[in-house]
Design a protein around this ligand. Structure first.
Ligand code: HEM
Length: 455
């Protein structure tokens, strides 16, 4: 019996009654897909092979360092029980060009059902309004065959593994480029992105102990495995060996411009005192500390809630255009949700959590290494970017682009609620400018360990 990906019962992965195929799935799925792996320090290597036999042998060897989902889940359990630190994360993804270079025929590559994966990111720029590929950073303009992710809580294991992994590359292979991710945190220890907002809080969950911890009165984060897994068509037994499609996008953030926009918007709407924080919160849908705007008019402190929906809020509390409402409307579209596993990049000399003025903020060189795992790139990542974020008429005419990630001409004017929870709207004003620029990326498939070992 193939693994039932439609089952939305959270996975009791260490239950004695788990069926053989689900066990095989967990033993062969790479870590960091089902459940987030710690990657405070992250090294991302982009590789080109150039020789099928050597590339295959290299990946077969690399498989020894790639952790399975089951091993990761066991390490998390041990850490929670007795504080024992887990091993570093190594993950590998292969692009369409990579599979071809490893000697797979067009027919074999055609078994990947995702058309977007088979096109590659460069051929999709027009669909999702990305900058043309000749404006991307040099590494991304080339044909990337594989991405290798190396992550850990501490820098030393990442540096050691990175050296080893690069050192073991065959002579025929080349490292085309590299990114370095580094976690950022606010005063309460929550992970933040460069504009200063808590990030990574709302995620689809698949594992029982993670789902059990969440209050679920207004929003149930448990989703079936079919939101992230896909059969690995080139593995020895695709019914039991799974992988996931990875989106990698380097998104540069103009922090200076965004902070100026927050101030200008607060002025424009006449917000005063603590209510000024509502300007930025209306762009994201959450305050900096993660408090959902639909729940509270001011930041609340305390644990960051994810148990909310927008059913009782026509947009007078949280604008329908806000980033989180556009990318997860919550009352529909659960099948679109992907897991986000990104990491911030770039070094800051300012303190991203203080309130110093925009001119002290970086305008380039920092951003998000956006990564997400999908069952279908077409129906999840691209759908979110194209049909929701970039679409000014979603969910209704006059909504505007997603102010954070929307790409394309922001030509319509928009309104904001003047007072939290009151129907009165501001006059129509131009949409805020785009402050995020895509610098390059690629689509990959994270194959099963069974595939890597079979090479
Ligand atoms: C949520 C920031 C890019 C999709 C969030 C949150 C923040 C954030 C602060 C709220 C925290 C949370 O709920 O986890 C950013 C920044 C980005 C970026 C700064 C770029 C530099 C993207 C992209 C997509 C995306 C490219 C997809 C196309 C989502 C989704 C959520 C989210 C699905 C969760 C919404 C929910 O379930 O409530 N993002 N994001 N984000 N973002 Fe982004």
């Amino acid at each position: 019996m193939p693994v039932d990906l439609k089952n939305d019962q959270p996975l009791a992965w260490d239950s004695a009654t788990l069926d053989a195929d689900t066990k095989a799935m967990l033993d062969n799925l790479q870590a960091n897909i089902l459940r987030a792996h710690v990657r405070e320090h992250l090294s991302v290597l982009f590789v080109r092979f150039n020789n099928a036999r050597e590339g295959r042998r290299y990946l077969r060897g690399l498989a020894r360092k790639v952790k399975s989902a089951r091993k990761h889940l066991a390490e998390v359990r041990d850490f929670n029980l007795n504080g024992r630190r887990g091993t570093p994360y190594v993950g590998v993804g292969i692009s369409k060009a990579g599979y071809r270079d490893l000697g797979h025929s067009e027919v074999e590559v055609g078994k990947f059902t995702d058309v977007v994966f088979r096109d590659g990111m460069k051929r999709r720029v027009a669909v999702i309004n990305d900058p043309p590929a000749d404006q991307w950073e040099n590494a991304y303009q080339q044909d990337i065959h594989a991405v290798i992710l190396i992550g850990d809580a501490r820098p030393e294991p990442v540096a050691r593994l990175r050296r080893q992994i690069i050192g073991e590359l065959p002579r025929s292979a080349r490292v085309l480029g590299e990114e370095t991710g580094r976690g950022m945190h606010n005063a309460t220890g929550e992970g933040i992105e460069h504009f200063g907002y808590v990030d990574g809080r709302s995620q689809p969950l698949f594992v029982k102990d993670e789902v059990d911890k969440e209050p679920k009165e207004h929003w149930n984060p448990a989703l079936p495995l079919e939101n992230i897994l896909a059969q690995d068509p080139l593995a020895p037994n695709p019914a039991a060996h799974h992988g996931s499609y990875l989106v990698f996008r380097k998104l540069e953030q103009d922090v200076r411009a965004f902070h100026q926009i927050e101030r200008d918007l607060a002025d424009e709407l006449g917000l005063v005192g603590a209510d000024r924080d509502r300007a930025g919160a209306m762009l994201f849908g959450r305050f900096r500390d993660g408090t959902p705007l639909t729940d509270k008019p001011l930041p609340a402190g305390g644990p960051v809630s994810n148990d909310f929906n927008f059913d009782a809020d026509p947009g007078s509390k949280c604008p329908v255009s806000s980033h989180i409402r556009k990318s997860n409307p919550r009352s529909f579209g659960r099948e679109v949700l992907m897991v986000r596993r990104g990491q911030t990049y770039g070094v800051r000399i300012d303190d991203p959590t203080d309130d110093s003025p925009p001119e002290n903020r970086p305008s380039s060189g920092v951003g998000l290494l956006f990564m997400s795992f999908n069952h279908s790139l077409l129906d999840q990542f691209e759908f979110t970017q194209d049909k929701w974020a970039n679409e000014p008429e979603f969910p209704a005419p006059g909504t505007g682009h997603d102010p954070v990630i929307g790409q394309g001409e922001r030509d319509i004017k928009v309104t904001f609620p003047k007072v939290w929870g009151q129907p009165e709207l501001s006059p129509s004003i131009p949409q805020v400018a785009q402050t995020i620029t895509m610098k390059g990326g690629e689509y990959f498939f994270m194959p099963s360990l069974a595939y890597l070992r079979s090479l």
